[in-house]
Design a protein around this ligand. Sequence first.
Ligand code: SF4
Length: 183
Amino acid sequence: MARRYEIPVIKITSGQRLVLVGIKEEDVEQIWNELGMTVGEATAPCVHYVQACPPGTAVCKYGLQDSLGLGLELEGVYQDMHLPAKLKMGISGCPRSCGGESYLRDIGVLGTGKGWTVIFGGNSGGRPRIGGDVVAKDLSADEAKDLVKRLLTYYQDTANPGERTARFTERVGMDRIKSDLLS
Ligand code: SF4
């Protein structure tokens, strides 16, 4: 495709996405169609991407949970959700967290031998928050998905416009977030 559309640069990002740089404007729509993907929003306040370690349990010898399966599921559910600010998720198959960078994403989920740990409020940008806070651990996949849903809804309803989860967590405090969500 890159040759056919004369795309000069392909970049692999830290968020495990491929960026096709230099697409001709008239080719953009056709390329989205050929990729069979929903058109992504570049700057809108919404879920920008769900990063997951590709191995999950299938390839990486350290993988303890199916990170890729959970990541794809979360992306399918939340990719169109509008939020106070852009939001990134990172799903890792084990506590090493190298594939999904779960402690550096707005919402992180990582697999352990006892299930899933859900993390909130991480950021690796110009004003980093390293890392996010653990909201709950030892969750089943269904419990982790339910907590992600409640975190997103809470953030959507409570945060100020433009406020990333890192700043939101610093302002509101993880104790209050946990008390509102888990009590
Ligand atoms: S977080 Fe890293 S070590 Fe753990 S399963 Fe993913 S890729 Fe493997």
